[in-house]
Design a protein around this ligand. Structure first.
Ligand code: MYA
Length: 194
């Protein structure tokens, strides 16, 4: 059984998402948005190291290989880790909109168990935008991009300013991020939409 809740249904005034003209080309790797991100950061030893690639329109694909550190039951991926993979994949869509946004709501269906060692093949797309609200969905498959569905999610991301992170993040990490000019430039550039 599946189906998202009413708060994940786009309102009547929602519009189709528009790919930003400066979005990475289809097939390009998106790279990590933050070195220490648990989802995509190369600096997290037990992180997911998820790699996302731009697709056509406002869609992308991603891959994540389940490591022993990601177990819940013996030999199986933890459900929270799978939700993280879906969240990270959905969050990466904001690169294609060139919008800074955070997860407001994430609804997940777990359809099949995912063994350690499996590479989960994820695909995600933005379905609608209404003001600051970005509606999206993702699916994760086993054994390849056309394999059986293991997990699915519907989500609502809410656009925020970079100040959201500066105001709420722990000062040590914010100071370190702010001292990296590339990080600040990348984040601020996303605030300016045409
Ligand atoms: C130098 C610094 C570096 C920076 C690095 C940058 C890289 C960044 C990349 C990192 C990415 C990492 C990603 C991560 O890790 S995201 C990490 C997990 N997410 C969060 O931490 C978000 C926490 N939540 C919040 O901060 C606020 O609640 C937000 C910002 C989401 C909204 O609070 P805000 O006060 O702003 O807005 P609002 O309350 O008026 O809501 C606005 C609209 O949205 C609707 N709504 C809201 N929530 C829900 C919900 N649950 N279901 C349904 N609807 C919901 C709401 O009804 C309203 O609709 P409408 O009334 O307009 O119709």
């Amino acid at each position: 059984m599946s189906g998202s809740s009413a708060s994940l249904q786009p309102p009547a005034d929602a519009v189709k998402p528009v790919r930003h003209p400066d979005a990475p080309a289809p097939g390009d790797l998106l790279g990590a948005h933050y070195e220490h991100c648990f989802g995509c950061g190369p600096g997290q030893p037990h992180g997911l190291h998820l790699e996302a690639r731009a697709g056509e329109g406002v869609a992308l694909t991603a891959e994540f290989t389940v490591q022993p550190a990601h177990q819940g039951a013996p030999g199986l991926a933890h459900g929270g880790v799978l939700a993280t993979a879906l969240d990270e994949t959905l969050g990466s869509l904001n690169w294609l909109l060139r919008t800074v946004a955070v997860t407001g709501r994430l609804e997940t269906d777990y359809v099949r168990p995912v063994p350690v060692g499996t590479t989960l093949h994820l695909a995600a797309e933005v379905t609608a935008v209404a003001g600051r609200k970005i509606y999206s969905r993702a699916v994760g498959r086993l054994d390849g991009p056309d394999g059986p569905v293991a997990v699915r999610a519907d989500a609502l991301f809410v656009e925020v300013k970079v100040d959201h992170f500066i105001d709420h993040g722990r000062p040590e990490e914010i100071r370190a991020a702010m001292s990296d000019p590339d990080q600040v430039r990348r984040a601020r550039a996303f605030e300016v939409n045409p």
